[in-house]
Design a protein around this ligand. Structure first.
Ligand code: EPU
Length: 429
């Protein structure tokens, strides 16, 4: 959904409407992008279900296509990926595509594991700062790969990967995904300690096991992988997106109302739900997902992000938006990406009273926000601005919608179905 030349897309948001109805939680972006990369590991026809039709999935399809792997939609959320034999795969991830989507670095593990070599453009920094891949490279090196870097590309080679005991310096999410996909076809046993424990990592491991891999320890901080010589194609249903669910929870929390989050899984966001209840939301289990109700002004609560099972860094922009109108003062601390506070200035344009101090934001809740033009700088910042604009008096324009469309299935349509007023527009300029 990119803009035509000379046009700027924005969402026109009218605030102040009570939200009611059903929000269908989409499939998890941060699971499916890695699961698409996992299709490199086995020839044949892979079937992925509950795939969110978002721009990042389209870019990942383009990247796979550039390597000789075709994909097509067989329904609204059913993606078929067709992987040729090893000789039909070109193990190169070019600058143009890696630059569009950082997550494309996860093709490295499967390419080296299946083909013994891979060349990928080094991902640069992004809107929340410096994002190196040193831990990915160090971990895959321990399996026997050798890396060289030149002209902005990193090239990895290995005759055959061999299992090893790997300890990650930090539980990197995509770092764990990458080394996991490298280890499944390695000879012998690999252990990955201090691994990421995110539900999306466990979902990738489950998909790999359904393809014939032998991974255990999902959800714990050590994964054990017994290498197998080959894998078969996948038929896998992706877990619901907990960040998408948190976006709708933020909207109902700030606006009041009652919504059913169809498909939401409480066990994937226990710490978040605990905090939201402290803020004043009522959240109840329901056979179809979760029921969320909000009927009064939220209460201020201090929050820090941490790797899973802590509060995800991706929830923080939504929580900061919610705290902007909560009753009282709060300190929010970002421990994962130091540079992830650009949206704070935009929330201030809506009337929020908050200041950043290093990796902390000090927030004094105001009684109401006022609509204004604002600009999204990344996916979650964009979602937080939409959520805040839904609670602001009058009209807002949220620019930078291409960021939001990277990660959300038509957010305006799904929020409008709840009674929010969010319209996709474009300006000629
Ligand atoms: N880090 C390193 N070296 C590495 C890898 C990571 O220093 O080799 C550092 C990072 O700079 C950061 C920290 O470790 O300070 C955590 O990074 P992590 O590797 O866990 O993040 P990621 O895997 O690159 C994924 C999600 C992000 C999410 C983070 C944290 C995907 C595609 N992306 O990124 O999602 O914020 O985990 O949970 O899975 C989003 O969806 O909007 C998004 C940014």
């Amino acid at each position: 959904m990119t803009s035509a030349p000379g046009q700027a897309n924005y969402f026109r948001v009218e605030g102040g409407n009570r939200l009611e109805g059903e929000f269908r939680v989409q499939g998890a972006k941060n699971a499916v992008l890695k699961q698409m990369a996992a299709t490199i590991l086995a020839s044949g026809e892979h079937h992925l279900h509950n795939v969110p039709h978002i721009d990042d999935v389209d870019i990942m399809s383009e990247l796979l296509a550039s390597m000789g792997i075709g994909s097509e939609w067989a329904g609204d959320d059913h993606l078929v990926v067709i992987t040729p034999g090893a000789s039909g795969i070109k193990p190169l991830a070019d600058y143009e595509l890696v630059e569009k989507i950082r997550a494309s670095v996860v093709v490295l593990g499967p390419l080296i594991s299946r083909l013994g070599n891979a060349t990928i453009s080094m991902p640069g920094g992004d809107d929340f700062g410096h994002r190196p891949i040193d831990m990915h490279l160090a971990a895959i090196s321990e399996l026997g790969a050798a890396f060289t870097t030149s002209h902005g590309y990193v090239e990895g080679k290995a005759a055959r990967l061999r299992g090893a005991d790997i300890a990650l310096e930090f539980p990197s999410h995509t770092g764990t995904d990458n080394v996991l996909m490298a280890a499944v076809l390695a000879e012998g046993t690999t252990t990955i300690s201090n691994c990421a424990r995110e539900p999306e990592v466990s979902d990738l491991a489950r998909m790999l096991n359904s393809m014939g891999a032998r991974i255990s320890g999902m959800g714990t901080s050590t994964l054990t992988v017994e290498g197998v010589p080959e894998l078969r194609p996948a038929n896998h249903t992706i877990i619901p997106d907990r960040i998408d669910a948190s976006t709708a929870l933020g909207a109902v929390g700030m606006n009041q109302g009652e919504i059913l989050l169809r498909g939401a899984r409480a066990e994937h966001m226990e710490m978040l739900l605990r905090k939201l209840r402290e803020l004043g939301l009522e959240i109840l289990p329901d056979s179809a997902g979760l029921l969320a109700r909000s009927s009064a002004r939220l209460r201020a609560v201090s929050i820090s992000s941490l790797p899973y099972p802590g509060i995800a860094t991706d929830f923080l922009p939504i929580l900061v938006a919610m705290l902007s109108t909560a009753d009282g003062d709060a300190i929010v601390t970002e421990n994962i990406f130091a540079g992830r506070f650009k949206y704070v200035d935009e929330l201030r344009r809506l009337g929020a009273n908050m200041t950043t101090h290093g990796h902390h934001v000090a927030i004094r809740g105001v009684s109401s926000l006022q609509g204004a033009p604002v600009k999204a700088t990344d996916i979650r910042a964009g979602a937080a601005l939409v959520v805040a604009a839904l609670a602001a008096e009058g009209e807002s324009r949220v620019y930078g919608t291409s960021h939001i469309d990277r990660g959300y299935v038509d957010l305006p349509r799904r929020l409008t179905a709840l009674g929010g007023k969010v319209e996709r527009c474009s300006d000629k300029h």
